[in-house]
Design a binder for this molecule. Structure first.
Ligand SMILES: [Zn+2]
Length: 237
């Protein structure tokens, strides 16, 4: 075996298994992703040192695994018997004799064609499509009403799939809003819209900017902190 290689190995802890990958790096590090724990280690690390490192990191690993499992449980489910939130209210997915996905807001139901029900990916794609259609209408209407109240204009509006942010406003006045705002209660939606439109009056995040936001969205701080705990998900494309 060449000197600069060492096969990976597994460490079994009581509550998780950890894969160890060796490389020419200098320090030990641990990551948790997709329910898997991985340690990256320098080639010369002894097993004793590895075990001690994993033992020291165990509280963090367990906390991170628990947090990620909780998030996975909250992930919107677009297959029959699954649930997701729409404007903050739980909606149940049901297979039905319909030609295309139908969002029944009065019954809090999302009806999907029975022939899609078997295929989770196709189902997810179809529901996401319907939700984007809902989002463009709902957010678009809210945006134009709010712009009138703030007495500002914008040049264009579009949905975004970006994973990192809920909204943005370009220097030219183009507003992008995450379609996944459709999952959120309306106070959170209104805060994001108000935030982006306030940038049409004040481009930065100065004190003057937050004063504009507060004037039109007095309770914005609560909505803002709840939004920070939410995840923007990646779905089947
Ligand atoms: Zn901003």
């Amino acid at each position: 075996m060449p000197a600069r290689q060492r096969p990976s190995l597994e460490i079994r802890a009581p509550d998780f298994t950890c894969r160890v990958v060796f490389s020419s790096r200098r320090t030990l590090c641990v990551t948790v992703r997709d329910d898997k724990v991985c340690v990256r280690a320098p080639l010369t690390t002894t097993e004793k040192n590895l075990e001690a490192f994993v033992r020291r990191q165990t509280p963090w690993i367990l906390k991170t695994l628990a947090r990620m499992r909780l998030k996975a449980k909250d992930r919107p489910s677009f297959v029959p018997e699954g649930t997701f939130f729409l404007l903050g209210r739980p909606v149940r997915v049901q297979g039905a004799a319909v030609g295309s996905v139908f969002l029944d807001l009065e019954q809090n139901l999302c009806l999907v064609p029975e022939e899609l029900a078997e295929n989770a990916q196709a189902c997810e794609r179809a529901v996401v499509g319907a939700l984007k259609g809902f989002a463009v209408r709902f957010l678009g209407a809210r945006l134009s009403e709010t712009a009138a109240r703030l007495r500002v204009t914008y040049s264009a509006f579009n949905l975004t799939d970006a994973l990192g942010k809920w909204g943005s406003c370009s220097a030219k006045g183009k507003i992008l809003l995450s379609w996944q705002l459709a999952f959120c209660p309306t106070d959170e939606i209104d805060y994001v819209i108000c935030h982006e439109l306030a940038h049409r009056a004040v481009p930065n995040h100065s004190k003057a900017f937050w004063e504009v936001v507060r004037r039109y969205c007095p309770e914005y701080e609560k909505a803002r902190s709840r939004l920070k705990t939410r995840t923007i998900y990646r779905f089947a494309a």
